[in-house]
Ligand binder design. Structure first.
Ligand code: NAP
Length: 246
């Protein structure tokens, strides 16, 4: 898959799925810009990429802060004069039963996952519309499709991302901008590392392919959706879940 000289912005890319996407896209020749919250995490991601003989630019910004995202976009435009690919990957969980969930935990998850995706699209889309080309990939979750007890905030945010993806795809298709979502299942990252072993075993048994996914499994689909090989695909949500939901 060739992304030679494509300018990419990936949020939440200092680790986990975002970093795997950054690595795949850089390997495919893209000029990768990673955004994350913590400067030292970004530095360690850039060091990791360097060990793989890959380079990227890093920016400290928070997807809940439109001004910080605007600043990143301006810097990328100043350097490259365009943005070809946006991957909205930054996401968090604050799990708890609905009955006991605090309004703060509800707001935080919706603000980072859903509103953060909206904000990044809004800041980038002006440039893509002018270019008359672009690709947006939103990282949703299977939980946004099926819901989950104890994750009402997360499920609502990811379901919202799926609906946002379809609306944006309809709005921007005429300008040759494709918008798709990826719904990962159960992927081995820091987000799932803290789960108790019995829950991991139960989940894994329910997955037809009998294993958790790896960040690279998600990154491979992301690479395809970013490339010209998927030029007739827009508005879709594609699962990477080992067959968990079918
Ligand atoms: P992760 O390992 O927790 O990495 C997420 C990254 O996003 C972290 O570096 C985090 O920074 C950053 N981030 C959090 N809030 C941010 C904000 N407001 N602005 C900018 N960056 C922010 O998560 P992951 O497992 O790779 O997940 C990546 C995406 O895939 C998420 O959207 C997640 O919902 C989705 N997903 C994951 C799974 C899974 O099983 N892992 C399944 C389905 C969907 P800090 O570390 O500083 O917080």
């Amino acid at each position: 898959m060739n992304l030679k000289n494509r300018i990419v912005l990936i949020t939440g890319a200092a680790r986990g799925i975002g970093l795997a996407i950054a690595e795949k896209m850089a390997e495919a020749g893209a000029m990768v810009n990673i955004v994350d919250l913590c400067e030292s995490d970004i530095e360690s991601a850039l060091r990791y990429l360097k060990t793989r003989k890959l380079s990227a630019a890093g920016f400290t910004a928070n997807v809940t802060d439109p001004f910080s995202i605007e600043k990143v976009v301006k810097e990328i435009i100043a350097e490259h004069d365009r943005i070809d690919i946006l991957v909205n990957n930054a996401g968090i969980t604050r799990d708890g039963l609905l009955m006991k969930m605090s309004a703060e935990d509800w707001d935080l998850v919706i603000n980072v996952n859903l509103k953060g995706t909206f904000t990044c699209i809004q800041k980038v889309i002006r440039h893509m519309l002018k270019q008359r080309s672009g690709v947006i990939i939103n990282i949703a979750s299977v939980i946004g499709l099926i819901g989950n007890a104890g994750q009402a905030n997360y499920a609502a945010s990811k379901g919202g991302i799926i609906a946002l993806t379809k609306s944006a795809a309809k709005e921007f298709a005429a300008r040759n901008i494709r918008v798709n979502a990826i719904a990962p299942g159960f992927i081995e990252t820091d987000m799932t590392k803290e789960l108790p072993q019995d829950i991991v075993t139960n989940y894994t048994q329910a997955i037809p392919l009998k294993r958790m996914g790896k960040p690279e499994d998600v990154a491979n689909l992301c690479l395809f959706l970013a490339s010209d090989q998927s030029s007739y695909i827009t508005g879709q949500t594609i699962q990477v879940d080992g067959g968990l939901i079918m």
